[in-house]
Design a protein. Structure first.
Length: 384
């Protein structure tokens, strides 16, 4: 077990549907379960934001992925942009991140993400309204892709040339606050935020083919090809070698190809089924998330129930070997049973099952240790 967990507990306050979610204890490998619409994917988003210190580019990605950004609305061929425009509130996209999505942007309460009772390690995200900014003096204010200059020097009282603008203020753990101007299309300064923690995210649909190329290069540089190959052999022992082919047409996609026993030619990995593609993505992400955080949405996607215990054994072993804290979501009881088996067998790596549930307008979490998971599964824990 790693000497120090990246997060030994978690509080998520004011983010999406979480008024004040608290998880007093986390393990090395954490499986998040619960019915639909209780915030499992939102919890992964909060963890990603924490690892990236509130990166503006990640915030934009989260909004675009959920079709909450006005970039998506204005590119729609079904509705005209005018049907969605609101002159009194041109900054609607950012509100989706905040609890309750209040109608008035300056009523947004701060988002706080971090360990419980540890303000120095907490990420905060809020919106501040600045009035009296001199449009003539600081022309960068008209450039939505540029960050604001020093705020105190920019605030002046000049009639007719002043404007009122909202800014996203991000205070990362152990970093000074950074301010980013918001504009109606959520195109603010997309600088990469400073961060101490690497994070790799796998969505329910798997890794993007362009992302595969980046992770493959990191894996090859570290000389960990055998670890990825061993993961594929859990499903298909006949796989002897794996490589990437770059498709130069269109998007320049990276396509995994494999050599299998008694086959004369290399074949695309996808031709061996979705389970192989899913396992490849998990293995590649594991070796690339060294000393960081791995987050997987709907981890069971594409995997037959018979291999899920082996998948979890791979994850528990890699988390110990590469010093990774893992967070995954599932809708599958078979996946939970496989998690339980691997957790009991691995005496060095602690596994925790986290059940989210809705109580009235609030979402709460219950953490189960490895012994309690067996009781919960035998009693039919709700995962849908």
């Amino acid at each position: 077990m790693p000497d120090t967990l990246l997060l030994d507990s978690l509080q998520v306050r004011g983010f999406r549907a979480f008024r004040d979610l608290q998880i007093p204890h986390l393990g090395v490998v954490n499986l998040i379960v619960g019915k639909n619409n209780v915030g499992k994917s939102s919890l992964l988003e909060a963890l990603r934001l924490y690892a990236e210190n509130g990166s503006p580019s990640l915030i934009r990605e989260l909004l675009v992925t959920r079709q909450e950004s006005r970039e998506v609305i204005h590119s729609s061929q079904v509705f005209s942009a005018s049907e969605f425009d609101d002159e009194d509130e041109p900054f609607q996209s950012i509100k989706y991140l905040f609890y309750g999505r209040p109608d008035i942007i300056d009523h947004l309460k701060p988002i706080l993400i971090g360990p419980i009772n540890s303000s120095s390690k907490t990420l905060s995200i809020l919106v501040e309204i600045y009035e009296g900014l001199d449009r003539n003096r600081d022309r960068n204010l008209d450039q939505p892709t540029l960050p604001l200059m020093d705020l105190p020097d920019a605030i002046v009282e000049i009639p007719y040339s002043t404007v009122t603008l909202p800014f996203l203020v991000v205070q990362g753990a152990n970093y000074a606050a950074k301010r980013y101007r918001l504009d109606p299309f959520f195109r603010f300064g997309l600088r990469t935020a400073s961060r101490d923690t690497s994070q790799v995210f796998i969505g329910a649909n798997g890794l993007d083919t362009r992302r595969i190329g980046d992770l493959w290069n990191e894996m090859a540089t570290a000389g960990l090809e055998d670890a990825v190959l061993s993961a594929l052999q859990i499903i298909a022992p006949e796989v002897q070698r794996i490589s990437l082919r770059v498709d130069q047409r269109g998007r320049r996609e990276h396509i995994p190809i494999v050599k299998i026993a008694e086959a004369a030619r290399l074949i695309p990995l996808r031709s061996m089924g979705d389970g192989m593609v899913r396992m490849f993505g998990i293995a590649l992400a594991l070796v690339s998330a060294r000393n960081g955080m791995l987050l997987i949405d709907e981890i069971e996607s594409g995997l037959h129930y018979s291999v899920q215990a082996d998948m979890w054994r791979l994850i528990f072993g890699a988390a110990q070997r590469f010093n990774i804290q893992v967070f995954a979501t599932t809708h599958s009881l078979d996946c939970i049973r496989g998690f339980r088996k691997a957790a009991i067998e691995d005496t060095q790596t602690e596994g925790v099952l986290i059940r989210l549930q809705r109580k009235r307008d609030d979402i709460t979490a219950t953490a189960f240790n490895e012994e309690e998971v067996a009781i919960a599964t035998s009693n039919g824990i709700e995962v849908r």
